[in-house]
Design a protein around this ligand. Structure first.
Ligand code: NAP
Length: 228
């Protein structure tokens, strides 16, 4: 019997993160799922294949506690899903340093910092490090003109990921920058094009299809390549 696959999903309390955990455990993966507030993790707690840990990805102390708890463990997949939209105004003119700091920290810097800390615990060769990007992070993408700051934060994530990949020791896991589609979640809203089940079924297929391929790929939930 093949060994059980293991995944660490960051930001799994709701939306796409929760959906990823559900799809993976349906396929018999063992999942460690992080949430900011363990009292809002009932959907995860009911699942016997899920271990819940606490993490606010922005907070150094919180990251340090998680790293201690995961010491010595090896994962087939690290998926950094956590993300925020940022201030409703999405305006450079109205931005404060605190708002921008939080947006770029959560969406671009903290995901890479966490991956750097955990890289030796991701299986080399067949392992996958996935970041939840967005097609809106493509600098050529004309859509989302009301989401300028969010778009910039995902472009920054893609750029940070590119640098991260260049520094990876050999043998390298595959690195994916993933666009989940426009999905009905708290962030995506009810007018979004697809549901969480459709998106996360596709995303999990990409994790499996790309394992062992190596390199860095910017793709959507259907596996279609997106221009940087
Ligand atoms: P969501 O429903 O708003 O969920 C966001 C998740 O991120 C929640 O689990 C949230 O935890 C977590 N999170 C936020 N800040 C965090 C922090 N500092 N530390 C740890 N966890 C944090 O959004 P979603 O639609 O599922 O989005 C998930 C990812 O997909 C995001 O990166 C988003 O940018 C990306 N994305 C979404 C769409 C879409 O159409 N929905 C499209 C493209 C990309 P709490 O519950 O504690 O707040």
């Amino acid at each position: 019997m093949p060994a059980e696959k293991t995944a660490l999903i960051i930001g799994a309390s709701r939306g796409l993160g929760l959906g990823l955990v559900q799809r993976l455990t349906e396929q018999n993966w063992k999942v460690t799922a992080t949430v900011r507030d363990p009292f809002k993790a009932d959907a995860l707690r009911a699942n016997p294949d899920v271990r819940i840990e606490t993490l606010d990805i922005d907070e150094n102390a919180s990251v340090e506690v998680l790293l201690q708890k995961l010491k010595g463990e090896v994962f087939d997949v690290l998926f950094v899903n956590a993300g925020v939209l940022g201030a409703a105004h999405q305006s450079a003119a109205q931005s404060t340093a605190a708002e921008l700091g939080q947006l770029f920290m959560t969406n671009a810097v903290a995901p890479i910092r966490l991956a750097e800390y955990l890289i030796e615990q991701i299986r080399p060769d067949t392992g996958v490090v996935a970041f939840m990007s967005s097609v809106l992070g493509s600098v050529a993408c004309p859509d989302g003109d009301t989401l300028g700051l969010y778009k910039a934060s995902k472009a920054a994530l893609n750029s940070m990921t590119n640098t991260f990949v260049g520094k990876l020791p050999e043998p390298r896991p595959t690195v994916l920058s993933l666009h989940p589609g426009w999905v009905k979640t708290d962030m995506g809203g009810e007018n979004a094009e697809i549901d969480v089940l459709t998106s996360t079924t596709g995303l999990v297929k990409q994790l499996t299809d790309y394992a062992g391929k190596g390199g860095h790929h910017f793709i959507n939930y259907k596996g279609e390549t997106i221009a940087w």
